[in-house]
Write a protein that binds this ligand. Sequence first.
Ligand code: FES
Ligand code: MG
Length: 583
Amino acid sequence: MFNKENLNRLDVTALRSQRWYAPDTIRAFAHRQRTQQMGLNREEFMGKPVIGIINTWSEMSACHIHLRDRAEAVKRAVWAAGGYPVELPALSVGEVMVKPTTMLYRNFLAMEAEELLRQHPIDGAVLLGGCDKSTPALLMGALSMDIPMIFCPAGPMSTGKWRGQVTGAGTHTKKYWDLVRVGTIKEHDWVELEGAMTRSIGTCNTMGTASTMTSIADAIGFTLPGASSIPAADSRHTQMAAQCGKTIVDMVWYDHKPSKWLKRENFLNGIVAYMALGGSTNAAIHLIAMANRANIKITLDDMAEIARQVPVLANLFPSGDQLMDEFFFAGGLMALLKKVEPFLHTQSIGVTNQMVAHWIKHADCYDDNVIRNMDNPVIALEQGCALAVLRGNLCPNGAVMKSSAAKPELHRHCGPAVVFDSAQALSEQIDDPALDIHKDSVIVLRNAGPVGAPGMPEWGNLPIPKKLLKEGVTDMVRISDARMSGTHYGACVLHVAPEAAVGGPLALVKTGDMIELDIAAGTLNMLVSDEELATRRAALQPSHRVYQRSFAALYQQHVTQADEGCDFDFLQAGSDVPEPAIC
Ligand code: FES
Ligand code: MG
C-alpha cells in the first residue's frame, strides 16, 4: 500500500474540503452549521478527509440494487479510517430500462460525476457502478476532476441454470429468442425463463460490456486488484467495498490522484486484459474516451495491434461457455493477468500504489479450462480476435468487429448490400417473405450512430431474416454505425465512422452494391466507383431527425464520432476548469 516513510502525508490545511469548512467567514459558518444540522458533532467532520461516495443505485437498475448496502460498507470503513463519508446519488444508466440507449446518457453521468465532485467539499471519491456505461461514465467524470478516487465495481450476478443448462444474461436471451422465433421454444417455457435467467443481484454474468469494463478498470488500476471478479452476492464483495473505504482515506492523505499514477501503460494493460477476456466491442469507444479525459492518447490501432498478439484466454460467454462465477473461482482477473504477463507493463501502479508485478505475484489459476494457457486459447489468433479494426471506402475512420464471435467462413466475404435507413424500417421489413435477401447478402443499417440515432444504440446485432433462420442460416455479414451488446455474437461490423448522419460514406450505399469484407487485410469496401459515389454524394439528403431541445439536442451538437470516443467535444481534456468560488 502506501509506504508511509517515503511519502509525504498532506497537512490538514491542504485538504480541498478545508476551503469550505476551515475559514472564519459567514459562508464557512453556514457549511459547518448545515453539517451539524444532520446530527453530526463538530469533531466528527472537522479536519477529516471528506469522501464522496457517488452511488448509481436505482430501482430502475436491477444490476445496482445492492449498492445502497455497499455504500454503507464503504462508510463504515471511511469512519473507521478517520474520514467523513457522504453519499451522493447519481444517474443510474441501468442498461435494460433506459431508452433509447444508455449510451445517450453516458456523457450525462460523466458530467454529473465531475460536477458533483467539483461543486461539493470532496477530497476523495469512491465510485459505485458496474452496469455497462456506468463504469466509463463515472471514471471519465472523476478523471476530469483529478482528485484521489477508487472504483468499486458492482460485481457480476450468480450463475443461472434453466433445465440443467447454464444461462448467461444477454447471450442466452438472444439465443433463446431466435428459438422462439422459429417455434422451437414455446410460450410457457419462455415465460418460465423470464423468472429464471437473472437469479441474483449484480451485473450480467457473461463477458458483456459490464464485466469487460469493470475488468478493464481493474487492469488499468482503478480498483483494488482483482475486485472486478468478485460476485456481487459473495460476502467478499461487501468486504471489498469496505476495503475501498479504508483505501480512499489513505489515498487522500497521500494525494494519490490519477495524474500522479495513471500513464498510457496502464491503459495498454487494460487493453491486454480486454483482448484476453474476449471483451465487448463497446470497450473500444470507452477506452478512447476515458484515456482522453486523462490527457492520454489511445487509438483503435493501439487496440488492433494488441488484439493481434493476445488471444482470447477467458472461456466466458459469448466467446466461450462459462460464466463469471466460474471465472472468479478459477482465480479471476489476477490469474488471467498472470497468464498474459509478458504483454503487461508490470511496473505500472494503481490506486493502491502497488505495482502490477505485486498484484499478480501470488495469483494462481485453479481451472485451466476456464482461464486457458497461451498454448490452449479459447480462440486461436488465426480464428479471430476480440477486436478487428477495418478501414476502407465504407469506413475511412474505422469500423470494428469482434472477429472471434463471427463464423470463420465470413471473415472474408463479398456480397450484395440490403440497406435499411432506420432501425424501424429494418424491423418492419426484415421478416417480409418477399424481401430479396439470401445467405450471402450483407445487411446494412444506417442512421444508428452517435448523431443519427442519437446515442448509438446497441442495434448492430441486426436480426437474420426468419426465412433464412428456418433454412439453418445462423450468421451473416451485417454492417452498421450502431454498437452491439457485448453479450451478443455474429459477423457484425460496428461503429462505422464517420457515421451516415454526418455524411459518412455509409450514407451512399445502395441495395445491390457489392460489399467486400476482408478481416485479415483489415478492409471493408463497397465496390462502387469514385465517380458514382461523387454523384450520389451530390444528391444526398439528410435523413435523420435533428433535435431542437432536450439532452438529445446537446448530444447531437457536441458528440464526437466512435473512433474518437463519443465524448462531448467540450469535455475532452483541455483547459483547466477553476475550483468554484466560495464567497
Ligand atoms: Fe446491467 Fe447487463 S444489464 S450489466
Ligand atoms: Mg450490455
